[in-house]
Structures are given as structure tokens and as C-alpha cells.
Design a protein around this ligand. Structure first.
Ligand code: IMP
Ligand code: MG
Length: 333
């Protein structure tokens, strides 16, 4: 059995969708469980299509992978059904009966109250508030979701018991965690590796690998501190300008933060690091197929990360597509 947890190391948008979809294919995952909610947009560039997924696990690209939404999820039923159609995963996706529902009133409340934090306005915070108050609706109360419901917690543990491979996909990043992030400028759940497991119902002894994903620079949307933040002009000049998947806002950006990375590795007990968008720092990196092919400065950057964070960098993103990855796992693990 292998249970791998994928977690964001900065403020979200590190490229978890791309890494999750690559692992689903490359490791032929038996199951991919998504946690969190629709405030997170995971981008998967597969074939000619760019998918921006807010509910469906990114590993949908492997038709043999069973897909699950965790008990900790807040489900927006219409977005869920739309994405099931878009990704054609009908028949291999299930939602835990204990997941809760985002209702129109939550979205209204988020849009009127969320400005102070700069939330995504998707209703996730208010849906979590109602869950804590124990007045939230669960997915089991919605008739048309019945065909999708299951005991996902048990199912995933059974798959591991049978020796299967499971990928738990986190959302946002370590520093947007309600508990460990830059409070109050955080999301409404703990986003660290342990919380990803608890949202699913996986105990701490079952986890084999924790892959923390960092982008080669740091971005943040919404309010809150960002050390070394660059002017919009400088962000454009460096080619780091990004538009947020869910809200269409411009992402703030800063250079790679080694201090945050070191702390993220500790909080999540990282066993591996994935670095995405190395080609944004070193354009020639896009043409490399092996670590040795990378430009010298790019290799030095990766080695610097390993020395500072004390965790091996096993996966390196060098382009937008699922398969644009240098995979060093066989060489260095
Ligand atoms: P909320 O999660 O919509 O309540 O927003 C709280 C904060 O987290 C805001 O700064 C959002 O921009 C940020 N946030 C929430 N989800 C994501 C995400 O998936 N990527 C990046 N930032 C996010
Ligand atoms: Mg995102």
C-alpha cells in the first residue's frame, strides 16, 4: 500500500493540480481523494484542454483512478454536477455522506462579509461556520446527489488494506491554514497534511509520503502579508503575472521564500518536495527532460532548496502540461 498526501507549501496555487494529475497517471493511482472546497481551483492541462477544477480530483485524467470527495468537503452541488459532465467521470466518482453543502445563502453571506479578508466569495467560510454551529445541510439530505454517496472514509481505508495506491489531494497552501497560516488572512479550514488526512478519515500511521508543492516563486491572492512582494510592473517584467483561477483577480507575487519553505516542510512532515514552474525562472529549463539537462543556475536553485529545506526535490515542473515534469524519484529515493 502507498498513501501519498499532496499539500501546498505557500499560499495556494503552487500547481497541485498538475502534480496530482501526473502522479495519478505515472503511479497508476487506484484512488484520488479531494479535500477542501470550491474556493480552490486546480488547473490541469491535459491534451488540448485546460481544466480548472473546483470539485473533481485532478487525477481524473487516469480513467482507472477512482475519484472521491472527502467527508470534510463543502460541496457546491451544481459545480460538482457540471464538472462531472465536463470531465466525463460519471460512474467513478463518490462523495462521502458526511460532506456538507454550500447553499446560495452562504455565497450571499461570503460576498457581503468576506471583503475584510479578501475571500474568494464562494461561500466556503459561511458554510464552515454553519457546520461548526451544527446547522449545515449534509449531502445525504439532497435527493439528486444520492447516486454519488458512499462511505468514502471506509472505502479509502479498504483500498489501502488491499495494497492499493491512494493520493490525498489538499487545497490552498500551508500559510492559508486557519490554524497555522497568516491569521486572520486565511481560509476557513486547516490546510496542512494532517488536516487533509482527517478530512478524509485516514489515520496518521497510514501515510507513506507527504509531497509539499512549492512554485518557483510565491503568489498570493486576497489580503495578508507577503514578504518581498514585487510591484505589479516588476511581476510582469519577470513573467510571473498570474490571474486567479476562481476569482479572476491578479495574483500578488514575490521571490521564492526559503524560510516559509523550511517551516512548511516541518509543519507537514514533508518526505518529498515538488517544485513547479521552474521554466518561469529559467526559460531554457522547458527543454530539459532530465535533471542533468537543466541549465546550471536552475540546478543550483534546486540544490539550494534541498540544502535549505533538508528534503529531496523529487518532481520538477518545467511546463504547463501534465507530462511536463522531471521525475527524479528513481534516482534519488
Ligand atoms: P476563502 O477561502 O474564500 O474564505 O478566502 C480566504 C483567503 O484565502 C483569501 O485570501 C483567498 O484569496 C484565499 N484563497 C482561498 N482559496 C484559495 C486558493 O485555492 N488559492 C489561493 N488562495 C485562496
Ligand atoms: Mg488554485
Amino acid at each position: 500500500m502507498t498513501c501519498t498526501v499532496l499539500v501546498g507549501g505557500f499560499f495556494g496555487d503552487e500547481g497541485k493540480g498538475k502534480i496530482a494529475s501526473y502522479l495519478a497517471i505515472k503511479d497508476d493511482m487506484d484512488a484520488n481523494v479531494r479535500t477542501g472546497s470550491v474556493n480552490a481551483g486546480h488547473t490541469v492541462v491535459w491534451g488540448d484542454i485546460t481544466y480548472k477544477l473546483r470539485m473533481i480530483p485532478s487525477g481524473f485524467v487516469n480513467p482507472k483512478t477512482k475519484l472521491y470527495l472527502a467527508a470534510g468537503c463543502n460541496v457546491n452541488p451544481s459545480i460538482f454536477l457540471e464538472e462531472v459532465k465536463l470531465t466525463k467521470v460519471e460512474g467513478r466518482i463518490w462523495i462521502d455522506r458526511q460532506a456538507s453543502v454550500i447553499e446560495p445563502i452562504h455565497i450571499e453571506r461570503d460576498r457581503s462579509e468576506g471583503g475584510r479578508i479578501g475571500t474568494t466569495g464562494q461561500g466556503v467560510g459561511p458554510a464552515q461556520e454553519d457546520r461548526v454551529k451544527r446547522i449545515a445541510k449534509l449531502v445525504s439530505e439532497i435527493d439528486y446527489l444520492k447516486p454519488y454517496l458512499d462511505d468514502v472514509a471506509l472505502r479509502v481505508n479498504e483500498i489501502l488494506d488491499r495494497g492499493g495506491k491512494v493520493l490525498l489531494e489538499g487545497t490552498q497552501g500551508t500559510y492559508l491554514s486557519l490554524i497555522h497560516g497568516t491569521y486572520p488572512y486565511v481560509t476557513s479550514r486547516d490546510t496542512t497534511a494532517s488536516a487533509i488526512c482527517s478530512e478524509v478519515g485516514i489515520g496518521p500511521k497510514r501515510v507513506d509520503d507527504v509531497i509539499v508543492v512549492f512554485k518557483s516563486y510565491v503568489t498570493r491572492v486576497g489580503k495578508g502579508p507577503l514578504k518581498g512582494e514585487l510591484s505589479e510592473e516588476e511581476v510582469r517584467r519577470r513573467g510571473w503575472m498570474e490571474i486567479a483561477t476562481v476569482t479572476g483577480r491578479i495574483r500578488r507575487a514575490a521571490p521564492f521564500d526559503f524560510e516559509l519553505a523550511r517551516r512548511a516542510a516541518i509543519l507537514n512532515s514533508a518526505t518529498q518536495i515538488a517544485i513547479t514552474k521552474l521554466d518561469s525562472l529559467y526559460p531554457e529549463a522547458a527543454y530539459a527532460r532530465k535533471f542533468e539537462d537543466l541549465p546550471t543556475e536552475a540546478r543550483m536553485f534546486i540544490e539550494h532548496v534541498e540544502n535549505e529545506v533538508k528534503v529531496p526535490v523529487t518532481l520538477i515542473g518545467i511546463g504547463p502540461k501534465v507530462e511536463d515534469i522531471i521525475d527524479r524519484r528513481r534516482e534519488i529515493l
